[in-house]
Structure formats: C-alpha cells, structure tokens
Design a protein around this ligand. Sequence first.
Ligand SMILES: [Zn+2]
Length: 145
Amino acid sequence: MEYINEFYGTIKYNSETEEFMDEWKLDEIYESDEPDHCICGHEIREVCIVKNKLNNNTLKIGNCCIKKFGFMVDGWSQSLLSGLKRIKKDSLKAMNKSLIEFCHKKKFINDWEYKFLTDTKRKRKLTPKQMNVRLKINNRIVGII
Ligand SMILES: [Zn+2]
C-alpha cells in the first residue's frame, strides 16, 4: 500500500517533468496466465513491473496505468511497450519505430545509431557486425528504460 502511495505521489509530483522517467524504470513486462491486478484495481494480463531506482521498490501495473499516468506525457504508448517487450525478451530483435523514436528523443541513442536502427529494423539478415551493434544498443536501452 505504501508503494502505491509512493507511486501515485511520484506521478503527481513529476508527471509533468522528465524526472518521472528517471526515477521509475520499467523493469519487466510479461503476460500473466492467471488474471492479475493493477494497483488501480483493473484486471490485467499484461503485467508491467516498474521499479523505483532510488529505493528499488517495485510495483505491478497494467497498460491502463502505464497509459494513464505520466508515461504518456513522455510518449509512452502501446507500441512503445510492445517494442520494449520484444527486445527485453530477445535482445537480437529489432526495435520498432516507436521505440527508436522515443530513444532518439530522449538521447539514449545518437544520430548514427538512430539511422542504423531505422535502416536495419526491417532487415531479416544482418551481418555479424550489424548484429553486434544492434545487440549492444538493445542491451544499453534495456539497461536504461
Ligand atoms: Zn491500472
């Protein structure tokens, strides 16, 4: 319960700023076999674990709240989430457009990386060198977001 207050409190305080994203990190996304519950009471199947970087508290929330609070201010969306979910599951997979745009906007990737990811996202076969670059970027992004 105190986590919940903390989460809502942080959102209330920071939803208009970028600090929200700095403090809360999306730690994990998974599909739950059993219906689970978001902190708002919503029944959810896709569970997002968000972690407070300052004190490591974690919360289970659904897309309902990911969308509802703050996250959307920073451009969070369903397609961003699914892109992130994909590379969290398998870091050899390509980022989708939303995730690439988001990372570029947040300066998590530079212009060269932005171009590289955009150019290679639809390629089936990457050279080992390209694969290596993608892997490096993906791992870095998963570490940040
Ligand atoms: Zn919710």
